[in-house]
Design a protein around this ligand. Structure first.
Ligand code: 5RP
Length: 254
C-alpha cells in the first residue's frame, strides 16, 4: 500500500525541483532509519546506496547506533563502508541478514527490479535474497510500468569463457520476446570487456518498451543457459521501496 508520507525533516516543504542527488539522499536516509543496533545490514552499491553508507557511518560514529555489521555487495562498497567506519563481514559468517538497503535501475508496480548498471548484481542478489527485509531506495525516475522499459539495459553476468557463444544463445532465446532489441557485451572505458568483482563479463540486454510476458519464465530461461551466472532482474525479492519525489515527499511501496 502506498504510504504517501511527507519526508518530514528530510527536505519536505522546500518547494519543488530537488536535484536527483537530493532525492537519492532523502530516500537513503529514510531507509537507514530502519537500522537498529545489533543488526546485520546488507550494504548496497551505487550512488543512492552511497548516501545510506554515509548516513550509517555517521550514526555509528555518533554512537546513535551500535554493534551493526555490514555485508557489502561490492568491493567498492566495502572500501566506502570501511572508510566511514562500518564494521564489515560476509554471508559465510552471517548467513542471515536482517535488512539490506540498495538502489535500483528500475522498479515495476509489483516491486520487481532491474539492478546491475554498476555491475554488482550477483553479490547484490546473493545478499539481498538472504535478507529478512530488502529496502530499495530510489528517486522517482526509476519507476517504470514494465521492467526493461527505460533506456537502461537488463544486465546478465556471464563467464568470460566463450562469451560470444553465450551472447548468441541469449539472443536466440530472447528473439521470442516481442520487444527485445539487442544484446551487447559491456565494455570498460578502454574498450576491453567490463570485469565484475567476480572476474566475469556483463552482457546488456535491451528492450523497446519493456519486457512483456511471464518474467519468471524469462528469468528461468536465461538462468538455464550454462554460461550465464546471474541476471539483473530481481523478482519478488524487494520487500519495500522508498521513493523520493522531486518535491521532497516520500512514498513507501510495499
Ligand atoms: C549496481 C546497482 C545499483 O543499485 C543501481 O545501478 C542503481 O544505482 P544508482 O543508485 O547509482 O542509480 O544495481 O549494480
Amino acid at each position: 500500500h502506498p504510504d504517501a508520507g511527507a519526508g518530514a525533516g528530510d527536505g519536505a516543504g522546500r518547494g519543488t525541483g530537488l536535484s536527483q542527488e537530493e532525492q537519492k539522499r532523502i530516500a537513503a536516509h529514510r531507509a537507514v532509519e530502519q537500522v537498529e543496533s545489533g543488526m546485520v545490514v546488507g550494504l548496497g552499491t551505487g550512488s543512492t546506496a552511497a548516501h545510506a553508507l554515509d548516513r550509517l557511518g555517521e550514526l555509528l560514529r555518533r554512537g546513535a547506533l551500535r554493534d551493526v555489521v555490514g555485508i557489502p555487495t561490492s568491493l567498492k562498497t566495502a572500501a566506502h563502508a570501511a572508510a566511514v567506519g562500518i564494521p564489515l563481514s560476509d554471508l559465510d559468517s552471517h548467513p542471515r541478514v536482517d535488512l539490506s538497503i540498495d538502489g535500483a535501475d528500475e522498479v515495476d508496480p509489483s516491486l520487481n527490479l532491474v539492478k546491475g548498471r554498476g555491475g554488482s548484481l550477483l553479490r547484490e542478489k546473493m545478499i539481498e535474497a538472504a535478507s529478512d527485509r530488502f529496502v530499495v531506495i530510489v528517486d522517482d525516475s526509476k519507476l517504470v510500468p514494465r521492467l526493461g522499459a527505460s533506456a537502461l539495459a537488463v544486465p546478465v553476468e556471464v563467464v568470460p569463457f566463450c562469451h560470444n557463444y553465450t551472447l548468441t544463445q541469449l539472443k536466440t532465446l530472447l528473439n521470442q520476446q516481442p520487444h527485445f532489441s539487442g544484446a551487447k557485451l559491456r565494455t570498460a572505458a578502454d574498450g576491453s570487456p567490463f570485469l565484475t568483482d567476480n572476474s566475469n563479463y556483463i552482457i546488456d540486454l535491451y528492450f523497446e518498451d519493456g519486457i512483456t510476458g511471464d518474467l519468471n519464465a524469462i528469468s528461468d530461461g536465461i538462468l538455464r543457459l550454462t554460461g550465464v551466472v546471474e541476471h539483473g532482474m530481481f523478482l519478488g525479492i524487494a520487500t519495500e521501496v522508498i521513493v523520493a519525489n522531486k518535491d521532497g515527499s516520500v512514498v513507501v511501496l510495499n
